[in-house]
Design a protein around this ligand. Structure first.
Ligand code: ADP
Ligand code: ADP
Length: 233
């Protein structure tokens, strides 16, 4: 089943008299359960495309359908609602609240979703358990290693049971060993049926994905299924 469908989406940024065509005509389809890496040089449009897919921004023209919702022309409020329901974000810089514990950080999206305190704690604990960090529930970010912080961020992305996990350079601030541990975790999430889309500029990280889409100058340059990856499903 298709979870993402873009039809000839473009994005034009206007700055004074200058215009930048960040995306020219992007048509891609991503099925539920796929694990996709976006690659491409700086300025090729990766962030712009991720922002549109993540419902942080809308295209200038073309259509974007996310999990059967046409999100091309929604208002800010409607976009925010879909974003909270459908998307789990993972960032290079983790973006955790420094004064909050792991459990509190993971539970945060559930406050916006309207869950009560006990449900929030149960769900956050389960998400921490899923990333192997149940024993760090009471720790604050500065009491955790980089890899553990990223696991907390991944638990937070998962806690709402989103349709898609969007990860922007998820290993960008981690050493190699820790990066591969995080990629092993993504592999487990993929094996469980999660849909994962990540941006990376590192070939050995992109290799973990089962499909690599390369952008160049706002266009899809190549879109390749990565057959060298051993499939477990
Ligand atoms: P990438 O993530 O691959 O580095 P971006 O999507 O950030 O690429 O940028 C694509 C193009 O759009 C670049 O030329 C960039 O300068 C331009 N761009 C991105 N965001 C903005 C913005 N908010 N305003 C103006 N131009 C932008
Ligand atoms: P090959 O191309 O020799 O078949 P791959 O490079 O595709 O092998 O990787 C084989 C397995 O190792 C894959 O499951 C991949 O996710 C994983 N992998 C890829 N690069 C690295 C790396 N640098 N360190 C650890 N594991 C990796």
């Amino acid at each position: 089943a298709k979870i993402i469908e873009t039809h000839e989406i473009s994005k034009i940024y206007k700055m004074g008299t200058q215009t930048v065509e960040a995306l020219k005509s992007i048509s891609i389809e991503i099925n539920k359960g796929e694990y996709v890496a976006f690659m491409g040089p700086s300025g090729s449009g990766k962030s712009t495309l991720m922002n549109i897919i993540g419902c942080l921004d809308t295209p200038t023209s073309g259509t974007y359908i996310l999990n059967n919702h046409n999100v091309s022309d929604l208002t800010e409020n409607e976009l925010a609602e879909i974003r909270n329901k459908e998307i789990g974000f993972v960032f290079q810089t983790f973006n955790l609240l420094p004064r909050a514990t792991s459990l509190e950080n993971v539970a945060l999206p559930l406050i916006y979703a309207g869950y009560g305190k006990y449900d929030r704690e149960d769900m956050a604990m389960e998400a921490l358990n899923n990333v192997g960090l149940a024993d760090r529930a009471g720790h604050k970010p500065n009491e955790l290693s980089g890899g553990q912080r990223q696991r907390v961020a991944i638990a937070r992305a998962l806690v709402n049971n989103p349709s898609i996990i969007l990860a922007d350079e998820p290993t960008g601030n981690l050493d190699s060993k820790t990066s591969y541990d995080i990629m092993d975790l993504f592999q487990q999430l993929h094996d469980k049926g999660n849909t994962i889309i990540m941006v990376t500029h590192e070939d050995d990280i992109a290799h973990y994905a089962h499909r690599i889409i390369r952008l160049r100058d706002g266009l899809v340059e190549t879109d390749v299924v990565n057959d060298s990856v051993t499939r477990s499903n």
